[in-house]
Ligand binder design. Structure first.
Ligand SMILES: *Cc1c(COP(=O)(O)O)cnc(C)c1O
Length: 493
């Protein structure tokens, strides 16, 4: 009896011995967090880490305790001042959202509430399904469709392409594997398709070559006639055309494929129509621009990315599938330790039956709270605002003889470069890369670069609710200044 009592008293926990201390520190962290976002505009968008910060991250595994206040001080000193920068108003690299404070509170509360969204009968599970329903509503999908929240757009695309494969395989692929597919499957997308589709083809066992890249027109949209010709050629050669991927907003230039035409081709040719809407699916809620993505609601599956234009803190993607049973039949497996019960905790839906993960985070809360706070209409207006800002920047570039537009601006992505009289493509690339790096290193703005139609260009992707027009004015004037400085110093050329 005595020994039992002793053992109980000695039981350890991660909970603090005194919650009052934790309260004081938590309030300080919250105050610091508010200041951090309030003053984000005053800080550089990015800065290089000094050697001591780099060294800090090679410390070995801590084996004994430290006061949590000291742990926070470490984070405040070494992590918070050196972000990627995407919460900053002048971050326009690659393509990502700029997060939001309410979403951050959602992430915090999700961790406090702690539920595992693998499924079960609890409020977080219902909220997860509700957010999926809201996503269907935003893109015009029927309520009978299914969907799942995943880590991001890449995973959402994998979900869609996997359902497409299983539906079109012509064999019980889950039992027999890709080796049993009678006719090799072919997928189609434009030559601007995002790289995650290549990874998807590889991981699906179909191989990269099974994804045919179709040439694009002057607007960098899939050439429909070339698509039809490729499908006919493949049928003739004994392949099975299975799926066409339409991109609603390419990552290179923001081009939007003709989704209505793709829906017709898919219907005529009995193909699965998957829409990669990681960038553009949510244009469907933007009052000025929604016609750009007309046809997305006809897709068999859609990938969208709440951590882009809904500014959810990372990570949050969403896959939607029109045919809910095809979706479930692709992933559902019920082992004996996950069987449902008629009542109680295990009586809810098993959400892991719609994807690859078993344990799932409570991603829905950060999306749900921000949508409730602002309403979908405001998110739609913010999407229009970014598109208008990209047009504004395009006009500034057109009006500035030293700058050159490199692709048409359709949505919120502007591809352009600084001119350099008489310079070769190679020198132009070095010159523009130098401008881009100095913009980052001086903390002014974060852009990225790409190659469009064989030519190097800089790229501004405005998926940012903090950007203002004067930020774009500043970008142009700073680019011109850096261009003059680099030219004068003769560096990089
Ligand atoms: C961002 C993006 C992806 C990948 O999404 P992640 O959320 O980064 O995984 C796929 N397709 C397009 C068109 C994208 O812009």
């Amino acid at each position: 009896m005595d020994t039992f009592q002793e053992a109980t008293n000695a039981d350890e926990t991660l909970d603090p011995p005194d919650w009052t201390d934790v309260g004081a520190l938590s309030h300080r962290i919250l105050d610091d967090a508010i200041t951090y976002l309030k003053d984000v505009r005053e800080r550089p968008v990015w800065r290089e880490m000094p050697a001591e910060v780099r060294a800090f991250f090679s410390a070995p595994l801590p084996r004994s305790p430290a006061p949590v206040a000291d742990v926070y001080d470490d984070v405040a000193r070494n992590v918070m001042p050196y972000p990627m920068g995407n919460v900053h108003p002048r971050f326009w690299s690659w393509y990502m959202g700029s997060s939001n404070f309410t979403g951050a509170l959602g992430d915090f509360l999700a961790a406090i509430q702690g539920s595992n969204l693998g499924g079960g009968n609890h409020a977080a599970g219902l909220m997860d399904s509700q957010v999926v329903n809201w996503c269907k509503e935003m893109v015009g999908f029927p309520a009978t469709a299914s969907g799942t929240l995943v880590s991001g757009g890449s995973m959402a695309n994998i979900i869609g392409l996997t359902v497409a494969r299983n539906v079109k395989a012509g064999v019980d692929i889950r039992e027999r594997g890709v080796g049993a597919i009678p006719k090799p499957l072919r997928y189609y997308a434009s030559d601007q398709v995002h790289s995650c589709h290549r990874k998807a083809m590889e991981v699906l066992g179909l191989g990269n070559r099974a994804l045919r890249r179709i040439p694009t027109d002057a607007g960098l949209r899939i050439d429909i006639a070339a698509l039809k010709a490729a499908i006919a050629e493949d049928r003739e050669a004994g392949f099975k055309p299975a799926c066409v991927i339409g991109t609603a907003g390419t990552v290179n230039t923001g081009a939007v494929d003709d989704l209505q035409a793709l829906a017709s081709v898919a219907a005529e040719e009995a193909l699965w129509f998957h829409a990669d809407g990681c960038i553009g699916a949510l244009i469907a809620i933007a009052p000025e621009s929604r016609s750009l993505v007309a046809g997305i609601e006809q897709a068999d599956s859609v990938a969208l990315d709440p951590h882009k234009w809904l500014h959810a803190p990372f990570e949050a993607g969403c896959a939607l599938v029109r045919d809910a049973s095809a979706h479930r039949n692709t992933f559902a497996v019920t082992p004996e330790y996950l069987e449902s019960t008629p009542r109680g905790l295990a009586s809810g839906e098993w959400l892991h039956d719609y994807g690859l993960q078993t344990s799932r985070g409570f991603r829905a809360l950060k999306i749900w709270m921000a949508l409730k706070e602002h309403g979908a209409e405001k998110f739609g207006r913010l999407i229009d605002q970014n598109i208008t800002q990209a047009r504004y920047l395009t006009r500034l570039i057109d009006a500035e003889p030293a700058l050159e537009l490199m692709a048409p601006t359709t949505i919120n992505i502007v591809s352009f470069r600084h001119r350099l009289a008489g310079a070769s493509e190679e020198r132009l690339k070095a010159f523009n890369t130098e401008i881009m790096l100095r913009l980052q290193e001086e903390g002014i703005a974060a852009l990225s670069d790409t190659t469009v139609s064989g030519q190097h260009c800089l790229r501004v992707a405005i998926a940012n609710h903090r950007t203002r027009r004067d930020d774009l004015d500043l970008l142009v004037s700073e680019m011109l200044r850096l261009g003059r400085e680099i030219e004068a110093a003769g560096t990089s050329v």
